[in-house]
Design a protein around this ligand. Structure first.
Ligand code: 4AD
Ligand code: MG
Length: 477
């Protein structure tokens, strides 16, 4: 008898004779009721053990975390909250779990504790739900682009290019650490550490993606990305997943339309497919909110917040307008608001972004036309000579979720910009070929996948939405 997934048993339209389920014990009550979870759904199936006819030895081994196989009939449940349960005829312990030692006790654990046990936290309700939502969202990403005829491109993980020019790269070496090539001064020569070449882990697949967009028209990447920035925030990871569409002949407005449509599609998709998980996560959040002072509680519950994003257009605001709003919002007498003052030309800090999104517009915001000197070299220069066709999408509770731009398609302007920034033209000879041969207007953006998962699940720390987070404190496990 092959086992049936718990989700399918619970969704059955009728009672069933002789079914088998396999999973892990969440709880065992009154020597009789097993709450069994197999990861197929947030919901456990209740399995009623015939304790009078089961050996005492076996009953003792039904502990939280143990793997079991139950065989019996799927019958209507008298218990509240569940339609069916399994009346167990045969019970088999597949793998014991020492009740004293198993770290995932049936109680609420702190997120910090769970992070230290990333290999086991997925056995909790919350992390099971988060990881299922994450999986569905990544499928939604592919669905969206595939339906629109985009080509999925796997850009390299090991590369010589610093796409963002921010110097936040992890070096890759093929040589034993004590045998790295040295220069005349006796210092390690990183220019030659990968079989004689210089390489690092990719910070973005954009530049390679652009070369494909200039042949295939519309492409997207979806892969791991690495940033060696030492920022210990709840929004940054050293290893994260990024989705980067790139489209030939799209200008910045087209790029905004695409980003907005795409984000709304994937959120809607997750809401349609992950109802139970999102309802559970919403409940978890409401519980957490209760412990906060009234003023700090969020105004919307999770599903309401997601619906809001689906039903309202993102506000499109230029950087210059945003600076004006921030200046006006700053009553200069009241010292405590002074952090909101900002000068034209400065990069926005996260408190500025949060003010715009959460206090001023109360909606997702697309900021565009940033000062050239705070953005990457490849963005298209505007007629004013000082701003570029950049766009960042800011989300409530998240801040920047998307960074993108219309690209500088003019060879001479691009080369001049690279010169000014000291970017080696020879190293990027292949990138410049896109502008040498058949250059055209094109645009793209990068969506940080974990920031999207954060938003959809209502979690607040990015370490809690990726299976094994890589951060400055925790890279090895
Ligand atoms: O703004 P970023 O650095 O843009 C790029 O990399 C462009 N090449 C994208 C493009 O135009 N194709 O990164 C894009 C997004 C950010 O908006 C953010 O959501 C996410 O990637 N991101 C991070 N997510 C988690 N941890 C980090 N350290 C991140 N850095 C960026
Ligand atoms: Mg950015």
């Amino acid at each position: 008898l092959r086992h049936t997934r718990v989700k399918d048993l619970l969704n059955s339209t009728n009672t069933l004779h002789e079914v088998n389920a396999k999973g892990w014990v969440r709880t065992f009550r009154n020597n009789q009721f097993i709450a069994l979870n197999d990861g197929s759904t947030i919901n456990n199936i209740q399995c009623v053990v015939d304790f009078e006819n089961t050996a005492e030895e076996t009953l003792k081994r039904i502990t939280t975390g143990a793997a079991v196989s139950v065989t019996g009939d799927l019958v209507e449940s008298k218990g509240a909250g569940q339609k069916f349960e399994i009346k167990v005829r045969k019970l088999e312990i597949l793998g014991d779990s020492d009740a004293e030692k198993f770290p995932m006790q049936p109680k609420k654990h702190s997120l910090e504790f769970l992070r230290e046990n990333a290999h086991l936290r997925v056995r909790t309700n919350a992390f099971g739900a988060i990881m299922r939502v994450r999986s569905v969202l990544s499928f939604a990403v592919h669905n969206y682009f595939q339906q629109k005829g985009f080509v999925y491109v796997n850009t390299p993980i090991i590369t010589g290019a610093d796409a963002e020019g921010a110097g936040e790269m992890f070096q890759v070496t093929s040589l034993p650490l004590d045998n790295l090539p040295k220069n005349e001064e006796g210092k390690i020569d990183y220019k030659k550490d990968f079989f004689g070449q210089h390489t690092n882990l990719t910070v973005s697949g954009q530049l390679e993606g652009e070369t494909f967009a200039m042949a295939l028209g519309q492409i997207y990447t979806f892969g791991p990305t690495f940033r060696a920035e030492n920022s210990n925030t709840s929004r940054h990871l050293a290893e994260f997943w990024m989705i980067e569409p790139e489209v030939a002949f799209n200008n910045l407005d087209d790029n905004m339309d695409l980003a907005e449509d795409f984000i709304q599609y994937v959120i809607k998709y997750a809401m349609d497919k992950c109802g139970d998980d999102l309802k559970f996560l919403e409940g978890r959040l409401l519980e957490e909110e209760k412990s906060k002072p009234q003023a700090e509680r969020s105004e919307m519950a999770l599903l309401e917040k997601l619906n809001f994003v689906l039903e309202n257009n993102f506000k499109r605001v230029s950087y210059t307008e945003a600076i004006d709003i921030l200046r006006d919002s700053t009553p200069n007498k009241k010292k405590k608001f002074q952090y909101l003052i900002n000068e034209w030309g400065a990069d926005l800090q996260s408190e500025h972004e949060r003010y715009l999104v959460e206090k001023h517009f109360k909606s997702p915001v697309i900021l565009f036309d940033y000062p050239a000197n705070i953005k990457a070299f490849y963005m298209r220069l505007n007629e004013d000579g000082k701003t570029v066709r950049a766009m960042d999408i800011l989300f409530p509770g998240i801040g920047e979720i998307v960074g993108g731009s219309q690209r500088e398609e003019r060879f001479d302007v691009l080369v001049e910009k690279m010169k000014a920034l000291g970017i080696d033209e020879e190293e990027l000879w292949w990138y410049l070929d896109t502008r040498r041969f058949g250059s055209a207007v094109h645009s793209g953006f990068g969506l940080g996948f974990e920031r999207l998962v954060l938003f959809v699940t209502g979690m607040t720390n990015i370490r809690d939405v990726i299976p094994f987070p890589r951060t400055p404190q925790n890279a090895a496990f």
